[in-house]
Design a protein around this ligand. Structure first.
Ligand code: FAD
Ligand code: NAI
Length: 504
């Protein structure tokens, strides 16, 4: 009988647990989004690092929140280079924005669209549905009281001829998918019957332009792919595979310490990745890259490099929306790299507009770390602003009641004083301050480099242990538990069965 009771008790516990878990999964704000005329409309552009960090911490019950982005998911960019070789599957690092919004306290409206123009006078954003399937209405306007711009940046090409037509970028999921397909296309074409040796060499030459962290991480992933998988599957062509990294400056990874730059360059040598520094690409054709090399004597010469796959990773430039906004605001006439913001991330010279992340110029590097801290700062600022307004309203009501009922004033006066104390504390919002946690980059062969902030100083390390740190740091930073589980499973899957080399 004792065991029967224990069984019943445990079964009941299981059922309660399942119901609570189901309830948790079903948690969402009210179905219908009805804009409350009492509240301000806060429009957020983008679903990247900056905007999503803001959304995560924002108390959405204080505003009518509208999110607009052509991408209906958040992308964990630090693991994007791993998607180009199939070490990680792309969906593992995407989090649907609808899932994020479902967990908010009050409903948020989402429109999958691109903001094409901001009218700062009328306070409206023009939006366009640029997706493949369009309805009868695919262009409209969204009015705002407050606007946050977190639209990120575009790939810089510096107007170099042929770049847009012939190279792959590495910024979005579709870029990683295109690279993955092209790598395998080059490999299978090189393995085609009677292929000429010179053509095999060209097809198996993978050229990466830009020695920043994007280019370095991609080159490392590519070499791993060949050494760990292609070599086993197509051994006859494997010895002819080559990776070249081209960089205009005298060294790669300029943001890392000298020690780690040297470590990366020597590791690349061991991995057989050729680094060409002081080499500036000037022109790209469908099969070659033309570059200007500065020799040790300072003399410049032109070289032509044949390639099979070309990946272009030379940093950021402005999005058309940001360029258009800059032209409307006289105070921004000298801004070249993005929207100049003040220490509260307010766009200078504009009313009720804030900017975060790669499209804002606040004096920091365009990184996910900066963007997410800026987004979180704005959430605190907006939560405080809403609290302030609610408390000021309460003070007004209490003061009015004092005038109406002058008899019992002690309790009311005490409440007013307490609210005013709270108000002073809330209003004292410190300006945005970026706290740098360090820089991490994967360099191939299960090695990584890290410049990590530690006890008011910096610790530089590189190697296999740093790689384990890199893996655990990025795994813990993934957006959700679901992402974490999928990424961990992908790593295990690739280790046990190898990367999937089928060409989609
Ligand atoms: P994004 O994250 O780029 O988001 C911009 C959003 O705006 C997107 O949702 C986009 O769809 C949307 N959007 C675009 N145009 C419009 C429009 N007209 N209207 C509305 N919405 C629009 N940083 C690190 O700190 N650590 C790393 O390890 C790291 N690794 C990286 C690896 C790669 C391959 C890349 C490309 C970048 C990496 N970065 C890393 C940099 C980091 O990803 C960016 O700094 C960060 O994404 C910037 O965040 P954001 O919110 O400004 O822009
Ligand atoms: P980047 O701006 O850091 O580097 C681009 C490189 O391309 C520069 O070194 C530049 O000298 C070179 N270049 C430009 N034009 C060239 C040409 N014509 N020929 C040859 N070389 C040329 O760009 P990246 O790597 O895309 O990074 C963008 C931002 O994202 C940076 O702020 C970076 O810190 C961040 N990021 C951080 C990562 C990390 O922390 N692991 C990973 C990827 C990006």
């Amino acid at each position: 009988i004792k065991w029967t009771w224990r069984f019943i008790y445990l079964s009941l516990l299981g059922v309660v647990g399942a119901v609570v878990y189901d309830g948790y999964l079903d948690r969402h704000p009210e179905e219908q989004f009805v804009p409350d005329p009492q509240k301000k409309t806060l429009v957020i552009l983008g679903t990247g690092w900056g905007s999503v960090a803001l959304l995560k911490k924002l108390d959405t019950s204080n505003y009518n929140v509208v999110v607009i982005s052509p991408r209906n998911y958040f992308l964990f960019t630090p693991l994007l280079p791993s998607c180009t070789t199939g070490n990680i599957e792309h969906r593992s690092i995407m989090e649907p924005v609808r899932q994020i919004l479902r967990r908010k306290k009050a409903a948020v409206k989402f429109y999958e669209a691109e903001a094409t123009h901001i009218d700062v006078e009328k306070k409206v954003v023009k939006i366009t549905d640029n997706s493949e399937i369009k309805g009868k209405v695919h262009e409209t306007e969204v009015p705002y009281d407050m606007l946050v711009i977190g639209v990120g940046a575009e790939n810089a090409t510096f107007g170099i001829p042929g770049v847009r037509e012939h190279s792959c970028f590495l910024k979005e999921i579709k870029d990683a998918q295109a690279i993955r397909t092209k790598i395998m296309d080059c490999v299978e074409t090189a393995a085609f019957k009677d292929q000429e040796p010179e053509e095999i060499d060209r097809l198996l030459h993978m050229v990466v332009v830009g020695g920043g962290p994007t280019g370095v991480e991609f080159a490392g992933e590519l070499r791993d792919f060949f050494d760990e998988d292609i070599k086993k599957l197509i051994p006859d062509i494997a010895p002819r595979f080559k990776v070249t990294l081209i960089e205009a400056l005298p060294n790669v990874l300029p943001m890392f310490s000298k020690q780690l730059i040297d470590y990366t360059e020597s590791t690349f040598k061991e991995e057989d990745i050729k680094i060409m520094t002081k080499t500036m690409v000037k022109k790209v054709t469908d099969r070659t890259v033309e570059a200007e090399v500065t020799g040790p004597d300072g003399k410049k010469s032109l070289i032509t490099i044949p390639y099979g796959l070309l990946v272009w990773a030379t940093g950021n430039t402005l999005r058309p929306l940001v360029r258009d906004l800059l032209s409307q605001i006289p105070a921004q006439k000298d801004s070249r790299r993005g929207l100049a913001v003040n220490e509260y991330l307010v766009v200078q010279g504009a009313r009720d507009i804030w900017a975060v992340g790669d499209c804002a110029v606040a004096g920091y590097a365009p990184t996910a770390q900066v963007a997410s801290q800026e987004g979180a700062f704005l959430a605190r600022l907006f939560n405080n602003m809403a609290k302030t307004e609610a408390l000021e309203q309460r003070v007004r009501e209490l003061s009015a009641s004092l005038n109406l009922k002058p008899g019992d004033t002690a309790a009311v006066t005490e409440e007013i004083e307490s609210i005013e104390k709270q108000l002073r504390r809330i209003k004292d919002v410190k300006p945005f301050h970026y706290s740098h946690q360090g820089s991490l980059a994967y360099i191939g062969s299960e090695k990584a480099v890290a410049d990590v902030a530690w006890l008011n100083g910096n610790v530089a390390s590189g190697g296999k242990l740093t790689y384990l740190f890199w893996r655990s740091a990025y795994l813990s930073m993934c957006f959700s538990t679901r992402n974490r589980a999928l990424v961990a499973l992908d790593w295990i899957k690739a280790k046990v069965y190898g990367r999937d080399v089928s060409r989609e």
